[in-house]
Design a protein around this ligand. Sequence first.
Ligand SMILES: CC(C)(COP(=O)(O)OP(=O)(O)OC[C@H]1O[C@@H](n2cnc3c(N)ncnc32)[C@H](O)[C@@H]1OP(=O)(O)O)[C@@H](O)C(=O)NCCC(=O)NCCS
Length: 190
Amino acid sequence: MDGDYFGSIEEFTLPLRDGELVDFRPVKQNDKETLQKGMLALSSKSRYFRFFSPILKLSDTQLCDFTEIDQQNHVAWIALAHNEPEDRGLGIARFIRIQNQPEIAEFGVAVIDSYQHRGLGTILLAVLHRMASIKGIEILRGYVLADNTVMSNWLGRLGAVGVYENGVYRMDLTVSDDLFSSKCRKILTG
Ligand SMILES: CC(C)(COP(=O)(O)OP(=O)(O)OC[C@H]1O[C@@H](n2cnc3c(N)ncnc32)[C@H](O)[C@@H]1OP(=O)(O)O)[C@@H](O)C(=O)NCCC(=O)NCCS
């Protein structure tokens, strides 16, 4: 990868902390089945943390909403097992710009349980952060359940500011050039 890391890149491959290679690319319209299969690889707790409800399957409407996107105001990237004949989703991250506050976007990220705590979420969030910067978004806003301490602590360590209401933290992460500079620019520049 060169200078403006992955700003114009359509897909790339990076190792996790343990060296396993993972492919990354923007979500496409025909990823519906991959997303649905990915749901089965998420524990009920992870589904609950991501969707605030332990839903087992995505509805047809959700599948359309999550895959038929403009990659401008709704940006999503998927992590796939490296070089497998059929796509196998390992993680996904997206943000959606708030209509009447276009400098803010709500984001969500999920990594299948067998790949958690291996650095995949960090790469996905770094991708989102970079894409947000490219799209002129100033704040990435995450809604995090109070018992999701992995996510709230992680965002806290990244400098996100949280407001607590009714069991949920609204956490605002400022999009700044140096947020991921020490940690992820190196990863993302390869
Ligand atoms: C939150 C989530 C996306 C993190 O993905 P991940 O691949 O495990 O992330 P990483 O391995 O890159 O770790 C990210 C940070 O969380 C920490 N972390 C991850 N798993 C952890 C665990 N089980 N215990 C403690 N810390 C943990 C890491 O140490 C790291 O922090 P650091 O960079 O300050 O050291 C993943 O746990 C997940 O999908 N959870 C369910 C869905 C969810 O909660 N989504 C967020 C709501 S939108």
